[in-house]
Design a protein around this ligand. Structure first.
Ligand code: HEC
Ligand code: HEC
Length: 308
């Protein structure tokens, strides 16, 4: 994917106008982040850019509450790769289609500088301080991110203020409230997963019956063509995914094997369908697969796995 930068200049001016309108940085906004002890020089440098560019016009680092219109970056750490973030800052629309965020492409033209480093270090460090050593450290940290982005090969990244901003965004830890919200969300998802597993466990016999009943073939064919054919071909003869009609399989060709793989998926690219289909629909789709077994199609994929 090559990002399209052509419109970034126009958006840059939009951004510049917005930034010049509002320059009040509320100290409270960085409370979550400021409590984290292990900030590197580059992260602190990036905070400086975040402040200066007035990103909090549209973003908050605090947990999002109902009265808050701005987008929360609380706990943004670990959610996106360095190249995604750098690309987003340069060309938001290329990385988030339909994005309304202005471009900050200009940051890639601003070199990191010792003056800024001196200022942030004076503000935050109590121990004796050597600017040259700190400068080397800062540059090593920036080189690391620059290499990481360039190794992804999506676009060429120049070490700059943008690099520092990426480091900052990749650092923002979750607040206690955000951790609580994440825990609640994880519990909700776990409960949902448990319910679905139970649903399938209770329906085991019924699914087997449906899968063996020829009446269900035509309904299963429809489901197969909507959900499975992208990967397994129109009739199951194989595409990206393996041929499901021949005698070779990775996971076995008993009905129970087909059900297990379709319900729970595998770690090699076969998605789980228990959240997509009802137990009845799983049975229907397998009824269709069984009916197609042994059929040969001219464009069939070569056998894979073990002969049964
Ligand atoms: C004029 C409003 C505006 C400004 C200013 C702004 N953003 Fe955004 N930003 C958005 C919007 C809106 C989104 C959500 C995506 C979208 O719909 O554009 C977003 C999304 C993001 C995301 C999350 C993207 C993701 O889904 O992973 C990050 C990170 C981000 N902005 C960082 C910044 C930084 C850093 C600055 C300052 C340099 C900034 N933004 C300035 C409006 C803005
Ligand atoms: C996103 C692509 C994709 C979709 C969609 C998909 N599959 Fe698969 N499927 C795969 C891949 C890849 C494998 C091989 C996985 C492995 O080796 O573990 C596979 C394996 C299987 C297997 C086991 C084959 C064997 O050799 O043991 C069955 C059965 C199967 N899929 C059925 C289905 C059914 C039924 C659907 C639709 C409800 C479906 N698949 C949808 C990609 C897909």
């Amino acid at each position: 994917m090559k990002p399209n930068f052509t419109f970034s200049l126009a958006l840059f001016f939009v951004g510049a106008i917005i930034v010049s309108l509002n320059f009040n940085f509320d100290k409270k906004e960085i409370s979550v982040y400021a409590q984290a002890p292990e900030r590197t020089l580059l992260v602190k440098y990036g905070e400086e850019i975040f402040r200066r560019e007035n990103c909090i016009e549209c973003h908050t680092l605090n947990v999002k509450n109902e009265s808050e219109k701005r987008i929360s970056l609380d706990g943004y750490r670990g959610t996106r790769s360095a190249s995604f973030i750098a690309g987003l800052m340069i060309s938001p629309k290329s990385f988030l289609p339909g994005s309304t965020m202005p471009s900050f492409a200009k940051l890639e033209y601003n070199n990191l500088n010792k003056e800024t480093l001196k200022r942030i270090s004076n503000n935050s460090s109590s121990h004796p301080y050597n600017l040259d050593t700190a400068w080397d450290k800062l540059n090593k940290q920036a080189d690391q991110i620059q290499n990481e982005i360039n190794n992804d090969g999506i676009f060429e990244h120049k070490k700059s203020e943008l690099t520092a901003l990426v480091a900052f965004l990749q650092f923002i830890p979750p607040s206690t409230e955000q951790i609580k919200l994440n825990t609640i969300e994880n519990e909700r998802l776990q409960k949902l997963a448990d319910e679905i597993n139970e649903l399938y466990l209770n329906a085991e016999t019924k699914i087997l019956e449906i899968a063996q009943d020829k009446k269900n073939i035509s309904r299963g064919k429809e489901l197969f063509q909507n959900q499975c054919s992208v990967c397994h071909g129109t009739n199951g003869q194989g595409e990206i995914g393996p041929n499901l009609l021949d005698e070779h399989t990775f996971h076995g060709n008993e009905i129970s094997d087909l059900l297990e793989v379709t319900i729970n998926g595998t770690d090699k690219g076969m998605p789980a369908f228990k959240q997509v289909f009802s137990p009845e629909q799983i049975g229907q789709v397998i009824a269709y697969l069984i009916s197609e077994r042994g059929n040969e199609y001219p464009n069939a994929k070569a056998p894979q796995g073990k002969k049964q």
